[in-house]
Ligand binder design. Sequence first.
Ligand code: THU
Length: 153
Amino acid sequence: MKELNIEIAVKIYDYEELDAADRELMDAAREATNRSYAPYSHFSVGAAARLANGIVVTGTNQENAAYPSGLCAERTTLFYQAVTTLAIAARNEHDEFLESPIPPCGACRQVMLETEKRFKQPMRVLLYGKKGIYELKNVGELLPLSFDASAMK
Ligand code: THU
């Protein structure tokens, strides 16, 4: 029997420690939570992606009475083009930003990975929490032992 230990590297920042571009991106993710449509979960998620050309696009979770027809904020933002940094923030049912960094769901991590591979552009990820902001240098750090096209060869 062998054991494989997989380590991930997470840097944790206070908001003030982010540079101006990342503060702008995180502000956009936080502001986007206001455009969430979450009448069922009352959990409002916003995501902001900085594209390779510098432009920032945002998305929010969009729920549906037929629950599986809804979509997470990360995926309404992606399916788009090369993203250099993706910032994510969320507010709970009391309208408060989360204390701990919002962890993207598994399906969103998979879509983030596909975007990274498709455009051959590492995607930095910033996860907002009031206690600290997690920075991951690429999506692989969020998805060890991941499935991508190379696994089908
Ligand atoms: N949600 C996101 O938009 N992103 C995440 O990373 C986690 C969950 C949404 C889906 C659903 O609308 C609500 O949050 C509760 O799960």
